[in-house]
Design a protein around this ligand. Structure first.
Ligand code: SAJ
Length: 431
């Protein structure tokens, strides 16, 4: 006998697991589906496999009250549920196209157990049109007709790492359904876990588009700042000062230049728009150029390092270079698509011995990025220190702690003047 409040969530990652835990603490019986046995065991014993504020408590409570179970058996869970939520990864392949294998295989599993009046929700970030052209046709292999027999909605997740639970329960949520009934069912569902505004959009593809354009806006905005920064460096203008002052204009909001755009969202989502645009014969030169600029930033950092070594009459070959921070952004441990990776490898190609430290990222990750794990003291003793990630810990660095003759600061978190005064050659992006 199917209970009305049973949900199956496919994918127990950074978004799937918090979502599952929230529903499980708000009146639903949730089965989360994942493949990794270690992860399943951890969750079923009430422990969180990821570090996210508030998540551990939610999992512990939900598991102890029998409202959350982690399993590998998707089909059994679908058969026992009436709501399915897809939050599986959609990485990018070698051609910068979306790899939708996980979405497709999840839909195939669901289609085998789909029942009349079920609701299927997609949260994974996907190219525009994926729900209409890929998800629904696979679900209809069940013999049921979307709209008539079951409902389909798309709702993108927009929470930020390290504050996921708060943002999931407070941010505005965008929902687009196949039809009015689908949209309304999804709206009613998410109102159980959020006090934020729930915004209905016209259809599935509009909701897919909203997600992609948010991250593309940030990527293009950062690319503009990076380009401005590189021009200002040549002109001797402090780009950071100029950008900060320009942002006082009530209608200007330039982002901050840096060593490149990392993470699993901004560095990937713009390519999904380009992919679909090209399928329709439309060029997307601005979005593509923004990607080129941002992907070129580690190379620009290398150029600054090479020039500074020359000025100091030092040789990069056989030098020691220390990296402060490998995470893709400040105060997170995640190093996916981090600009540190390209920089470390380019420095090694130039013959440098590269040390790296990070208060949040495990030593194993540092090794896998190609650097020698070290503590901060060791990094600050290298011939050159490069600050890549704006962790709070690094905002406290004082010139007295730095033994390197050269300090390259790729994020505007330290005051250049105090370092210059102590005789340290200090360079930054845009200054
Ligand atoms: N970055 C800059 N300059 C800036 C801002 C960011 O260089 O002014 C860099 C960061 O250092 C980092 C990258 O951009 O390498 C991405 O950082 P982010 O903070 O912009 O984004 P994410 O990837 O951590 O999270 C984003 C968020 N999207 C927006 O803020 C619009 C989050 O809300 C989304 O949920 C998430 O993407 C996602 O899942 O799409």
């Amino acid at each position: 006998m199917i209970q009305k409040n049973k949900i199956t969530i496919f994918g127990l990652g950074h978004i799937g697991l918090p979502t599952a835990s929230l529903f499980a603490n708000n009146g639903f019986q949730v089965t989360g589906i994942a493949r990794d046995k270690e992860k399943l065991d951890l969750i079923n014993s009430g422990r969180s496999p990821i570090d996210e504020i508030g998540l551990q408590d939610l999992i512990e409570k939900a598991v102890s009250e029998d409202n959350l179970t982690a399993s590998y058996d998707g089909l059994a869970a679908v058969k026992a549920s009436n709501i399915m939520i897809i939050i599986v990864p959609t990485p990018m392949d070698e051609y910068n196209h979306a790899d939708l294998r996980a979405v497709k295989s999840t839909c195939q599993t669901i289609s085998k157990g789909l029942k009349k009046d079920d609701l299927v929700i997609i949260e994974s970030t996907v190219p525009q049109g994926t729900c209409d052209n890929i998800v629904i046709p696979i679900l209809e292999k069940s013999g049921l007709k979307a709209g008539k027999d079951f409902s389909v909605a798309y709702t993108p997740e927009r929470a930020i790492p390290n504050n996921t639970i708060y943002e999931m329960t407070h941010n505005a949520r965008v929902i687009g359904g196949l039809d009015e009934k689908s949209t309304n069912r999804a709206v009613e569902l998410y109102q159980h876990i959020t006090v934020g505004e729930v915004i209905k959009v016209k259809n599935l593809i509009t909701a897919e588009t909203v997600k992609l354009i948010e991250n593309t806006y940030r990527d293009a905005n950062i690319a503009l700042s990076n380009e401005i920064a590189m021009i200002c460096e040549e002109l001797g203008v402090d780009a950071i000062e100029a950008i900060k002052v320009a942002n006082h204009h009530p209608r200007v909001n330039l982002h901050i230049p840096g060593p490149g755009v990392g993470g699993h969202c901004l560095a990937i989502d713009p390519y999904f728009i380009v992919e679909t645009a090209e399928d329709f014969g439309v060029k997307a030169p601005l979005i593509s150029t923004a990607r080129i600029i941002n992907e070129g930033m580690p190379g620009h950092v290398l150029k600054i390092i090479i020039e500074t070594f020359k000025e100091a009459n030092m040789d990069i070959d056989k030098s020691e270079i220390g990296i402060l921070g490998v995470a893709y952004k400040g105060n997170v441990s995640d190093a996916r698509e981090t600009p540190a990776k390209a920089l470390i490898n380019m420095l090694k190609e130039k013959g440098a011995r590269v040390y790296a430290t990070d208060p949040h990222t495990p030593r194993e990750t540092i090794k896998s990025l190609g650097a020698i794990p070290a503590d901060m003291e060791r990094v600050l003793k290298c011939d050159c220190t490069v600050l890549v990630t704006d962790h709070n810990e690094y905002k406290e660095i004082k010139p007295g702690m730095v033994k390197s003759p050269i300090f390259i600061c790729t994020r505007p978190v330290l005051n250049p003047d105090v370092f210059h005064k102590k005789g340290i050659i200090f360079r930054g992006i845009g200054r």
